[in-house]
Design a protein around this ligand. Structure first.
Ligand code: SF4
Length: 393
């Protein structure tokens, strides 16, 4: 049975834990994106035993009890984790709003259907409107097999029919800077389109990303151009009287999803979104990304280096490499969080739009937003600013 959501909101006030946590539970990935800043070579290099499934299954409940509201499964590629279905289910049982950021390559109709009872939101990583650009970016199986966009499109209609909240995450680099995503976005109509500026992170993508970085001005121009194009497309659709939204592909026409039906929670909401306004574009430049994400590391294993003797847990990247706090499994979520709290900017988290209705309800979202906007301003005034880290997927 799901834990009461109101309990998490109240606990959040007591522990001051970040309401949203990204759990990088799987460091491996079958893609080779050249800009990837979630490579976790530091984690992979630790010769340490992995926590067992029993330990991992306790993580969502510990986070929920501490006041986390939303848990996002990220990687690497989270669908490569051998226990991803059990862990998502555990998160839902704990009463968490649940999300997954994925390249989609390991998803099909059966896995979407299996995930849906426990997973609220799916965020697909799509950087370009053209698969040649994806291959140039390494956003492809093995870094070179085309077909990423076609596969995501084949999943999109079924996922919409299943009632997932759907996001597109895009990373802007030199390679896709001139691309026009607006026709694709207006076709897919995600509930949220997040656009990230490629981010250099020491120890994650050193060197590899240097030639791909765009300036703040270039990133701003990309965002402005797409905001204008989306607005114009929506206005044109409204003027023509044509429906402004539609699913990308009906299940019957999508190879991955033929026959998928979902009548459970969220199904009606998922269908209703088709008739909503054009998707909001949420832009995150490097300054917005740094210090505004609360993250759990990939393997949570006993460290032989950083975090020696501890289950590595909450971490953050301010200016340099990831910094790890003590173990959530050893210290508990509130203490583990307290160790990195001053590296996380509550004000920045709110300002980048980190609080919205993930499923906890608009009233709870307003409460969280007001709390963290105020708490962030006070904490940062006292500490002189905070910082954390982010994932680009
Ligand atoms: S950006 Fe995501 S899909 Fe690409 S290599 Fe990194 S973890 Fe994999």
């Amino acid at each position: 049975m799901a834990a009461p959501r109101g309990g998490a909101i109240a606990a959040n006030a007591a522990t001051q834990i970040a309401p949203v946590v990204n759990w990088h539970l799987e460091p491996r990935c079958n893609y080779k994106c050249k800009f990837c800043f979630a490579t976790f070579e530091d984690v992979k290099s630790l010769a340490a035993p992995l926590p067992g499934l029993d330990a991992l299954l306790g993580v969502p409940a510990a986070l929920a009890a501490a006041g986390v509201v939303k848990l996002t499964f990220v990687g690497g590629e989270p669908m490569l984790h051998p226990h991803i279905f059990e862990l998502v289910a555990a998160a839902k049982r704990a009463g968490l709003c649940t999300s997954m950021v994925t390249n989609g390559s390991r998803l099909d109709a059966a896995s979407l259907l299996r995930l849906r009872p426990a997973l609220d939101q799916l965020a697909f990583s799509v950087d370009a409107s053209d698969d040649a650009l994806h291959v140039a970016l390494g956003r492809a199986v093995g870094g070179r097999t085309p077909g990423h966009l076609a596969h995501v499109r084949s999943l999109w209609g079924p996922a919409r029919e299943l009632g997932f909240s759907l996001k597109i995450n895009t990373v802007v680099t030199k390679i896709n800077l001139a691309d026009d995503m607006s026709p694709l976005i207006m076709d897919l109509l995600p509930d949220r389109w997040k656009v990230f500026q490629a981010l250099p992170v020491e120890g994650q993508n050193d060197g590899a990303v240097d030639g791909l970085l765009v300036t703040d001005g270039e990133f701003g121009a990309y965002v402005a151009r797409h905001r204008a194009a989306l607005a114009a497309a929506a206005a044109a659709a409204a003027a023509s009287g044509a429906p402004r939204t539609k699913p990308s592909a009906p299940p019957a026409a999508a190879g991955a999803g033929a026959g998928v039906e979902w009548a459970g929670p969220g199904a009606e909401a998922g269908r209703a979104r088709r008739a909503s306004a054009p998707p909001p574009l949420v832009a995150e430049g490097n300054d917005e990304m740094r210090g505004t994400y609360a993250m759990l590391d990939a393997f949570c294993r006993r460290g032989g280096g950083v975090g020696q003797g501890l289950w590595r847990s909450f971490y953050s990247n301010t200016d340099g490499p990831h910094a790890y706090g003590p173990s959530i499994l050893d210290a508990g979520a509130p203490a583990a969080w307290a160790a990195v709290r001053d590296r996380w900017s509550a004000a920045g988290f709110v300002q980048r739009g980190g609080v919205y209705d993930y499923g906890q309800g608009e009233a709870a979202a307003r409460e969280l937003r007001a709390r963290w906007a105020g708490a962030g301003a006070a904490a940062e005034a006292a500490a002189g600013g905070g910082a954390g880290g982010g994932c680009q997927q």
